[in-house]
Design a protein around this ligand. Sequence first.
Ligand code: ATR
Length: 278
Amino acid sequence: MDDLYGVIGDPIAHSMSPVMHNAAFRDARIQAAYGRLHVSPEGLQDAIKGIRALGLRGINVTVPHKTAVMPLLDEIDPLASSIGAVNTIVNREGKLIGYNTDGLGYVEGLKKHIKGGLSSKEVLIIGAGGAAKAIYYTLASLGVKKIDLTNRSEGKAIDLIASCPMDIESHYYKLPQAELNLHHYDVVIQTTSIGMFPKVEESPLRVGMVKEGAVFSDIIYNPLQTSFLKQAEQKGAVIQNGIDMFIYQGALAFEKWTGVTPDTDLMKDVVLKQLGGS
Ligand code: ATR
């Protein structure tokens, strides 16, 4: 019998996780099937019981369940616990363990674009939502030199910085101030939904001067190049879109489930085809 896997969320119809994971299973010659599972907030508790009863081997968790699912699991990995969100569940002989591979997946992709180690890097994160928190805490746990934060709502950003369990140099700046300071940073990470299809002309801030060799990245992958990234490229920055984060968070989940490292180039190809890109 095939091992069963899936992604739970609401909405879930447009998730590209099935096409990516099924391709990776085929390529690794693992007998498994991965499906989209629509689960409403009211149905979450029953869905987790169902995972146990049906013996699903692994689950990805997406919006809006990443935090709500945590008390329903048997064990939470420390990084997921500090982030306060789970995106991957491993069913280890009936015990459901929650992990967060979003931040580590992001960093895996980022490493391909930066020169030198992370410890010398000064980073600016735009946004203070769930994705920003996963990336911030993961970078902090990996010993980045400094992480500043800018966000529309000041309180949310200050809470995020204050609740980080790792000791790291970090300041909050209002968006106009961050815009003026952009050229100080080695890495600038855009984590808000601004610029996502269909509002592709929008950008959280205007990109002026950038530091030599700086990497500007956006976690959005639809469109593949946001207005923010277009501006950064014009100013000479190295740019990175959100595809890598999506691929590597999936690859890390796949490894946790199967013990096999999947072919990330293949995963990227199928996702880009699905998006209609090149
Ligand atoms: P996710 O879990 O995907 O990160 P989220 O938790 O809803 O999503 O966070 C969305 C982020 O995008 C927040 O930083 C939000 O800013 P606020 O904290 O001020 O709400 C930011 N964001 C979304 N729409 C925005 C907009 N129109 N202008 C400025 N910031 C916006």
